[in-house]
Structure formats: C-alpha cells, structure tokens
Write a protein of this length. Structure first.
Length: 364
C-alpha cells in the first residue's frame, strides 16, 4: 500500500502487494467477525474485502485469494440478510410441495433446484403440511425470505382460496389446474397418455386396461381421462379402471387382480413405480411380459430400463419443467406485471420410449 494512504483510501482495484499479514487469530470474545477484521488480517482495505465478498470484478487474483484465506481463517460469514435488504432481493426461490413421497415430485424438485442454481438462486423448501392444514404452509411464505414461489401440487383442482400468497409475490404453479390464477408449467399429460394407449392398440391389442394414480392427483386424472377418451374415439369400451397410489405395492395389488382377467393383454400404468409392481404380480401369476401381457408406464424413471423386462414408458422431461418454472418466476420477479396480467399454461412435451415390455398381440 503506498506510504501515507489509509485503508479507506485504497483504490477499488488492488494492484499493489498487500501489507504483511498478522498472525492468524480470531477477534477477542465471541462477537461476530467483521469485514474490518478480515481487512486487517489480510492487510487490505475493507472496500476490497467487500468487493471479494460480493463477487465484484476488479480484484487481482492473488489479492482475492488472500482475502478468501483470511475469511476462512477467521471464520467470517457475510451478512447475507443485510446484503439482501440492500439489493432488495434475497436470491432465493421458495418451493411449496404437497408431498415428497412421490418420484415425480422429487425429480421436479431436483430439476427446479438445479435450474435455480444455474441462475444464481438458492431454493428453500417449505415442508409439506397435512392436507387439512395446507393453507398453513402457504401462509408461511410471507415469513420466509424468498423472492418468488413455485407451488408443486398433487391435489386435483386445488381450492385457490387455500393458495394465499403475499401481494405481489411472483408465483408459478406446477402439476395442477390453476391457470386462471397463476402461470402453470406442466408435462403434457394428455399427449403422453395417448401415446402409451395408441402404442398398445397399434400392436393389435383389443383394449387397454389402466392402473391409475390416486383420485386427488391432477396428473393421474389427466392421464386417466386421456386413456378413456382415446379408447372411446376408437370405438372401444374402456375396461374397469383400477386405482393405485403411485407406489409399487399398489401396482402389485392391481397386477394380481389384472392377472386373473383373461381379456387383459395390455396395461397402461400411470407411473413406472406401479408398473414395477404390476410386472412382479404378473410374473408370480405365470403371465409372461410381453408374450402374454404388454405393460407401459409413465415417467421414464432412471431405473425403468433395468426392470425385467426393460419397461416401455412415457418420458417426462423433468429438467425442462424445472427450467421453465424458474424462468417464468424470475421473469415475473424482474418485470413485476400487474395483478390482472394474463396467466399462461406451458406444456412440456413427452415422448414414448419403447423397450421390451410391449409386443404384438398374440391372442386368437
């Protein structure tokens, strides 16, 4: 540092060699380590520490490393709350989920988190509340330091009166039908289910049985409606629908029932987990897949290609769903549209992945 220049007068770009560093020691007592403590320890100005802490350019690499080392040695933690208040944003997106128990929700959360990190945002998860207290989970949004909210719901036709968000809070909803209230990002459930049923009919099967997800699920309802509608369009009466709960155990119970139906040669399961249970039940009952019964799932889980046999399934692009949720909520955050701005529905395309669990109909 030039002779006679105080730390507060140091230029914003630290090109000079820093002063000799004192021996590592935390400030006396238990008080929080300050930016001035780091500056004194590193032999640089407090302004330089601030620039390093906030990631600003203009600090030479050797000085930046020196400051970071001093932060680590002293245990300095930037006051993120104060920085957020100064910027007017917290760079955090809140995610409200009705459940963490389903594979689809977990993959959606993973995709949202990854997309947020790519944009320099963190994600805070509001723990799921019991259905009868779900509005309590929503009310917490006003208490948390978040810039926007993504709501991932399982419940069909969620009562918008429960979705009470702070005025002006940017919000996007995934996997439900509140498009008249908030922007919605969803997988194209209808097209995905239709592709599964059409594939089985093209293989010559006379009808397709369906193992649906739980009745309260919006996604399950959309997939079941598409299954039934396509059969009706082909002049085929839909067989009785079997309802599961997304788990392999419920698929297994459904599969035991379907194995005793001689006319059942093709099954469309609303997700891969239930399809896994169906495969086990059919095997135990002596019904071969795909020689006797063809099975199609929905999701294209990472393990579905390792099922026995490898599962034909509808691929959902969870990464794209997460990316679009983050893009929309950040666009709302930056533009601050009026409350009566038109809402949108964005459907992420699906595609059928054909593997070895489906084959041509071989019956009479």
């Amino acid at each position: 540092m030039p002779t006679g220049q105080s730390p507060s007068q140091a230029p914003s770009r630290e090109l000079e060699s820093p002063s000799p560093r004192p021996s590592p020691a935390r400030p006396a007592g238990r008080r929080r380590v300050s930016m001035d403590d780091v500056a004194q320890h590193a032999g640089v100005s407090a302004q330089t520490v601030s620039r390093v802490s906030n990631g600003y350019p203009g600090v030479v690499e050797s000085t930046r490393r020196l400051v970071l080392d001093a932060m680590r040695e002293l245990g300095y933690r930037p006051n993120s709350a104060a920085r957020a208040l100064k910027r007017g944003e917290f760079r955090t997106i809140g995610v409200i989920m009705s459940t963490l128990a389903t594979t689809g929700n977990m993959r959606t959360l993973e995709a949202i988190t990854r997309a947020a990190l790519e944009q320099g945002y963190a994600v805070t998860l509001l723990p799921p509340a019991p259905a009868q207290q779900e509005d309590g989970g929503f009310s917490r949004v006003g208490e948390d330091v978040v810039d926007g909210v993504i709501v991932v719901m399982e419940r069909h036709q969620l009562d918008e009166s429960l979705l009470v968000l702070p005025p002006g809070m940017p919000a996007v909803v995934a996997d439900t039908d509140l498009a008249h209230v908030y922007p919605v990002v969803d997988t194209d459930q209808d097209a995905g289910a239709r592709s599964a049923v059409a594939h089985l009919l093209e293989l010559g099967h006379r009808t397709v049985w369906h193992v649906a997800g739980p009745e309260e699920s919006f996604s399950a309802g959309r997939r079941a409606n598409a299954w039934r509608a396509l059969l009706q369009e082909k002049g085929i009466e839909a067989p009785p629908m079997v309802v599961g709960d997304w788990t392999a155990a419920s698929g297994y119970q459904a599969g035991l029932r379907l194995a005793d139906e001689p006319s059942c040669t093709a099954v469309f399961a609303a997700n891969d987990q239930m399809a896994l249970g169906i495969l086990r039940a059919l095997h135990e009952k002596g019904r071969r897949v795909p020689q006797d019964v063809s099975v199609v799932g929905f999701d294209d889980n990472p393990d579905s290609s390792s099922y026995l046999p490898p599962l034909t399934t509808v691929h959902q692009d969870f990464s794209e769903v997460g990316r679009r949720c983050i893009e929309i909520v950040l666009a709302l955050l930056r533009s601050r549209p009026p409350d009566d701005a038109a809402t949108t529905v964005e459907l992420v395309p699906t595609h059928l992945v054909v593997r070895q669990s489906t084959a041509n109909f071989r019956g009479p």
